[in-house]
Design a binder for this molecule. Structure first.
Ligand SMILES: [Zn+2]
Length: 369
């Protein structure tokens, strides 16, 4: 399994922005060559382009030029000339073993002029990956708006053996970070209190608009992010480490977003913190040989888990009371159970279909023999 770790870095923009710009031109020159010659052969491209490009872009290190050539031709090969990949002046730059080295937290990068060496600020939850996984490549990207460089490091390790165990549904809402189908409630009251305080302070500082208030705003947003990351880390660890559970069923986000769930909820669903929660759980589960799967959230909050009766009025805020059978429970718990049951139902249906298609050719082969 692979994992990408993104870390913001301070790189000298006077050297990296021209480098990105020139590498984009080198990339595009290879694309033009590939189209003109209907070929993605690296050796041929090298013979015809390498010296010309070296003369045209003398400050781009030769190893980096070769990496860009490989990237460009591999991109053409992947699409078989169907779409034409192009790079913009600030497009990300891919590095490989030729152009990057990582020793502990020290990263060394090819660049215009001398190689650049920097010490990465690695968050605690990625330490294990850094120490025990194999480093296999990286890219440098530039976020124009924030004028911030990022490195994305790719690590790889062997897949752990798959674990067998219980299937657990998880409902994630505004008032609970998570509610599991076996009645565990993880409240988010602390998070919401803190977010309210940050919002209040942020508004006050924004009104001021002085230089010192801007500095304090930046520091505050860093603190808020760290707090959210720590909370997400903590929750996902608790969930992933449950000894009997092997499969976690979450509501499929892309379909939740199309539903109307109120302004506040939609904002939370679109936030990076919400996305990170899911990422962390997937990481930790995967490393333990467990799985995170997704289920379409249709009617999960309105459907009675006991009699399957669907009605909007079954739910009133956090209370669930079935209009058909009278079943009463916490609305999020009911939803978590529905997510689990819907997944089990759809995956058993899928399995029977698979069996049919697997069995069919076997039967015909036998009858032929
Ligand atoms: Zn019911």
């Amino acid at each position: 399994m692979k994992r990408t770790v993104s870390i913001p870095v301070d790189l000298p923009s006077t050297r990296f922005l021209p480098l990105m710009n020139q590498c984009a031109k080198i990339f595009n020159a290879h694309i033009d060559w590939a189209l003109a010659n209907s070929s993605y052969n690296k050796n041929k491209a090298h013979k015809e382009l390498y010296h010309l490009l070296r003369v045209q872009f003398p400050s781009v290190p030769s190893a980096l030029l070769q990496t860009v050539r490989d990237n460009a031709l591999e991109a053409v090969k992947a699409t078989k000339f169907k779409s034409i990949p192009r790079k913009k002046p600030t497009s990300g730059l891919r590095y490989d073993q030729r152009t990057i080295t990582l020793r502990g937290r020290q990263l060394t990068l090819s660049c215009i002029g001398k190689r650049i060496s920097l010490i990465l600020d690695v968050p605690d939850y990625f330490k294990e990956v850094f120490e025990t996984w194999e480093f296999c490549g990286a890219s440098v990207t530039y976020a124009k708006k924030q004028a911030q460089f990022w490195v994305r490091l790719i690590f790889e390790t062997e897949d752990p053996p798959q674990i067998q165990g219980k299937i657990q549904g998880i409902d994630r809402g505004l008032y609970h970070q998570a509610v599991t189908s076996d009645r565990q409630f993880f409240s988010s009251s602390k998070i919401r209190a803190l977010q309210r305080r940050y919002l209040f302070n942020r508004r006050k500082l924004q009104q001021k608009g002085t230089r010192s208030s801007k500095r304090r705003l930046k520091a505050m947003s860093g603190r808020e992010k760290r707090f959210m990351s720590d909370t997400n880390h903590c929750l996902s660890k608790k969930l992933a480490n449950q000894p009997l559970v092997a499969v976690f069923v979450l509501e499929d986000l892309s379909s939740i977003r199309t539903q109307r769930r109120g302004k506040k909820m939609n904002k939370w669903l679109g936030s990076w913190a919400f996305y990170q929660q899911e990422q962390f759980l997937s990481y930790k589960a995967e490393a333990l040989g467990k799985r995170v799967v997704h289920q379409n959230p249709r009617y999960t909050s309105q459907k009675c888990n006991i009699c399957k009766h669907i009605k909007r009025t079954n739910r009133h805020k956090s209370k669930f009371q079935c209009q058909n059978c009278g079943h009463r429970t916490h609305a999020d718990l009911n939803a978590a159970k529905n997510v689990r049951d819907d997944y089990i139902l759809s995956s058993t249906q899928l399995r029977t279909e698979e069996q049919v298609s697997v069995n069919a050719p076997y039967v015909s082969a036998e009858s032929l023999g």
